[in-house]
Each structure stands twice: as structure tokens, then as C-alpha cells.
Design a protein around this ligand. Structure first.
Ligand SMILES: NC(=O)c1ccc[n+]([C@@H]2O[C@H](COP(=O)([O-])OP(=O)(O)OC[C@H]3O[C@@H](n4cnc5c(N)ncnc54)[C@H](OP(=O)(O)O)[C@@H]3O)[C@@H](O)[C@H]2O)c1
Length: 179
């Protein structure tokens, strides 16, 4: 099966994924009375496993909801020594270079991967390891916070393969790496 590393993430107009305090309440600043999942369910059902930075992992652990993933979650961290007992069957620490990490995951037959967390996404982009990105833009300027993108050693061209608008306010663009 084809290997694919995907991003599905929401940003502010100025490109932040968390505000200056690390908060994400602004994601819900546009009313969504019908609880539209904005393509997330369709996206996640095509995913075999997640690769997530430690900070995003801790954010998700802190949400007052049931663990939201059915797939294995591989957590990148130099600091975390072990996954909390409550999640040891759901999340796994993984070490190595990104290529080594991908090899370890692919060896398990997990090929379609969801890459999440700002630092994590940036490190994948630096090595040109992202194949597609679904970027949902919330019309708010946060003025600071955690950026999605950063410097890259080289330009990376993408082609837009889809676009949607939700509630006439939220735009979502689907990009595929043009190699
Ligand atoms: N808007 C959205 O849709 C959205 C989505 C996801 C996350 N977020 C938010 O964005 C913020 C997280 O962003 P972030 O940029 O701080 O983080 P992140 O990528 O989730 O986590 C960063 C941490 O991951 C580990 N890490 C990343 N790459 C690594 C590598 N190659 N090797 C080893 N460890 C690696 C490091 O952990 P150690 O420090 O332990 O070494 C690093 O400090 C959080 O506030 C999160 O809640 C928002």
C-alpha cells in the first residue's frame, strides 16, 4: 500500500496553531451549531497511525474527553521517559531519526500516517516528508503563539487538490506535495 504522511490541522489567519498561552479556544470562535466535523471523520478513517509531538500528546491527554483515536499513536519526545499507564496500550514512545521512525512504523504495516504538532510537522517538512496537508483556516489574527510553519532548507511546492468553506467563514484547503 502507498505510504503517505498527512497533516490535518487548523490555523489562525496569521498561521498559529495555538495562541500565546497555548490555548485553542479560538478554534471554536465560529459557531458550529450542527457540529460539522469539517472533513475530519473522512480524513481519520483513511489513517493507519499517528505520529505526534509530546506537547500535542499532552494536550490531548488533558482534554476532558475519551481518548479520541482508534489507531496507534507514536509519540516523539526526548524528555518523556514513559507513556502514562492509562494509555500504554494506545500510545507508544518512538525514538530515532525521522527516517528510522518511519521505517519502524512502516515495518508494522502502518503506511498512511497522520503527523500532528507544530514542531513535529516542521521537522517533517524540513526533510520533505509531508505528502499532503489539509489546512483549515479560522478567521482570527492571534498575533502570536505556536506557528505551524517555519524556515525550510528548500522551497517545497504543493498543488491544491480541494477547497471547502464551512459556515461561510472557515476555509479549508487540501494540498498535495508536487514532486
Ligand atoms: N490547531 C491545531 O489544530 C493543533 C493541532 C495540534 C496541536 N496543536 C497545539 O500546538 C501546540 C503544540 O505544538 P508544538 O509545536 O509545541 O509541538 P509538538 O510537535 O506537539 O511537540 C513538540 C515536542 O515533540 C517532541 N519532538 C518533536 N519532534 C521531535 C523529534 N524529531 N525528535 C524527538 N522529539 C521530537 C519534543 O518533545 P520533548 O520536549 O519531550 O523532547 C518537542 O518539544 C500545542 O499547544 C498543541 O495543543 C494545535
Amino acid at each position: 500500500m502507498n505510504k503517505k504522511n498527512s497533516v490535518f490541522i487548523a490555523t489562525s489567519l496569521d498561521g498559529y496553531i495555538a495562541d500565546k498561552k497555548g490555548g485553542m479556544d479560538w478554534l471554536h470562535s465560529i459557531p458550529n451549531p450542527n457540529n460539522d466535523d469539517m472533513g475530519y471523520v473522512e480524513f481519520i478513517k483513511e489513517i493507519d497511525a499517528l505520529i505526534m509531538g509530546r506537547k500535542t500528546f499532552e494536550t490531548v491527554l488533558g482534554f476532558d474527553v475519551e481518548w479520541p483515536y482508534n489507531q496507534a499513536v507514536f509519540v516523539l519526545s526526548n524528555k518523556l521517559k514513559e507513556i502514562p499507564d492509562t494509555h500504554k496500550d494506545k500510545a507508544f514512545l518512538i525514538k530515532g531519526t525521522l527516517i528510522e521512525i518511519l521505517d519502524q512504523i512502516h515495518e508494522k504495516g502502518l503506511n498512511r500516517l497522520y503527523v500532528d504538532g507544530g514542531t513535529t510537522i516542521r521537522s517533517f517538512l524540513k526533510e520533505d516528508l509531508i505528502d499532503e496537508m489539509v489546512l483549515t483556516t479560522i478567521p482570527i489574527l492571534l498575533g502570536g503563539g505556536s506557528s505551524l510553519f517555519g524556515e525550510l532548507p528548500n522551497e517545497l511546492k504543493f498543488e491544491r487538490i480541494g477547497a471547502k468553506t464551512y459556515a461561510n467563514q472557515i476555509t479549508q484547503n487540501h494540498y498535495r506535495r508536487k514532486r
